[in-house]
Design a protein around this ligand. Structure first.
Ligand SMILES: [Zn+2]
Length: 514
């Protein structure tokens, strides 16, 4: 009995120490419990407490230590905070940019938010009386805009330095580190670690101006559970739409962390499996990608047959779910459009037939297809460090990036010029979770849109693109209170969006600066 107990203690202690090395934020309670457990072990070893009351029996002592270590592990997992409580709130005196395409601004406005999280009224302050019992937030001389919507994120991943251009070094080429992380995703400890990382990144995302995130490609289905915890107020985070695992073909982009299928029958099965996991949409990798490429030219290669693409869109659309397709070449985008993709992630240069299909796509769920160009990745350039140049695996990744980027930016420009619906998706996880606002800068840079238009694209247009415009994306009566209070006019300085004074997500008020 004693040896088994010791073994359990050793295993639990190891488990805890391992978690500590991976989880960025540790609760004080977890550390106290852990230290207490270790203190008992130490005293026991010294024999000091061998005759003390309660701790006299070795079996009892062992159980105490095991319980304390278990509690420490649980406390560690719950280190992330719940949402604050919700009240009826009036935000008064601000200039309100509503998010609509016509660049509507209410000069000195009031937003009333009730405790269910809905906007009950919005308009000029002189026309709106604040009802009794409302908490009043004075936002005179401040600006309000809808919270940003990021249609393309990977919260389970940590991104590199947000200020650097595309850096091939940030990708682990195939090797032990990569294999270990894929293996860990299927273990209990690994999933706790990934969940904790999702929570940290969700909070960073929210505090830097994003009130809705679409997680399209998780390493497991851990995003589903997190979405539910945010909805119930148990965790802090933006509103979430989740795709769970990416659907990929054998050897295809993201196959190592995806749900792998081959052939139309297995494709349908993969969609059905995903829907059973309670995802909100289906994400597939129609062409190769950059991060895990091993050959030059692999990034835009077709990796699904047309039959496979069709099987997926048909199966998802029959159940009323959207399908978004990763595509990084003209032919890849064309086939995705023809098969009825609802969104294209990344994109490439378009021809007239493709432009027409975006705007009127009979095989898509809603009759049109939209584009998320992920300029936060592709708007920069490769940082050719010595390490990237000398490591053949990293050179392939960097070169593939260069082969895709120009065509992608051409496609983005064509989309805007031709009135295709374009939304914000940064590929955060590869791009920074905290600099989503930079995507607006790229909208302005590469398509010559005004900052007002960029704000519309990043909010209401993106809401339309991902099918949630009836509930969020603009500041209007009846919608969710997903909005930011900014120090000054974001049309003059877009970076202000990344430093909101107040973030309201579904009526939960956060003050990131404090
Ligand atoms: Zn992605």
């Amino acid at each position: 009995v004693r040896n088994v107990g010791l073994l359990l203690v050793a295993l639990l202690a190891l488990h805890f120490v391992f978690l500590l090395t991976l989880v960025p934020q540790v609760s004080g309670l977890a550390m106290l419990l852990f230290l207490f457990a270790m203190a008992i072990v130490a005293f026991q070893l010294l024999g000091f407490l061998s005759n003390a009351f309660l701790l006299k029996k070795p079996l009892f002592r062992g159980i105490c230590i095991i319980l304390l270590l278990s509690f420490a592990t649980i406390a560690l997992e719950t280190a992330n905070p719940p949402m604050p409580s919700r009240n009826d709130v009036a935000i008064v005196g601000a200039s309100i940019i509503t998010g609509h395409a016509n660049a509507d601004v209410i000069a000195e406005g009031t937003v009333l938010i009730d405790s269910s999280g809905s906007i009950v009224d919005v308009g000029e302050s002189k026309d709106i009386a604040v009802p009794d019992g409302y908490d009043v937030i004075d936002a005179s001389n401040k600006f309000i805009i809808p919270g940003l919507i990021n249609a393309h994120s990977h919260l389970w991943r940590d991104a590199g330095d947000p200020d650097l251009p595309f850096n091939p070094n940030s990708f682990a080429p195939p090797g032990i580190a990569h294999d270990v992380s894929v293996y860990l995703a299927d273990t209990y400890i690994g999933q706790r670690v990934i969940t904790s990382r999702i929570e940290q990144n969700a909070r960073k995302t929210l505090y830097t101006g994003v009130t809705t995130v679409r997680e399209i490609g998780n390493i497991a289905f851990l995003d589903v559970d997190f979405r539910d915890r945010v909805v119930s107020g148990e965790r802090v985070g933006p509103n979430m739409l989740v795709a769970g695992k990416i659907l990929a073909t054998t050897g295809g982009h993201s196959a190592e962390v995806g749900l792998v299928f081959d052939g139309p029958v297995e494709a349908r099965r993969a969609v059905r499996k995903s829907l059973r996991e309670r995802v909100d949409l289906i994400k597939i990798t129609g062409t190769g990608g950059i991060s895990d490429s091993r050959r030059l030219g692999e990034a835009g290669e077709l990796q699904m047959t047309f039959d496979e693409l069709q099987a997926i869109t048909d199966e998802a659309h029959r159940r009323n779910f959207l399908v978004t397709v990763h595509a990084e070449s003209t032919q890849g985008v064309r086939e995705a459009l023809q098969a009825g993709a609802d969104n294209i992630e990344h994109g490439a240069a378009l021809d007239d037939e493709m432009i027409a299909l975006f705007k009127n796509n009979p095989h898509s769920l809603r009759g049109f297809t939209s584009l998320h160009p992920t300029l936060s990745i592709f708007g920069g350039s490769v940082e050719w460090t010595d390490e990237a140049r000398e490591n053949p695996a990293l050179t392939v990744i960097g070169r593939n990036y260069e082969m895709v980027a120009d065509s992608l930016i051409t496609g983005f420009r064509q989309a805007v010029d031709n009135g295709i619906l374009v939304g914000l998706g940064t590929d955060s996880g590869f791009a920074s979770h905290e600099m989503v606002w930079k995507e607006l800068k790229y909208f302005v840079k590469y398509a010559d849109v005004t900052t007002s238009q960029a704000i519309h694209m990043a909010t209401l247009a993106t809401a339309r693109s991902i099918g949630i415009a009836d509930v969020t994306g603009s500041i209007e009566q009846g919608k969710r209170a997903d909005l930011l209070v900014l120090q000054d006019d974001p049309r003059e300085d877009l970076s202000l969006i990344g430093k909101p004074l107040i973030v309201s997500v579904n009526g939960y008020i956060h003050k990131p600066g404090q």
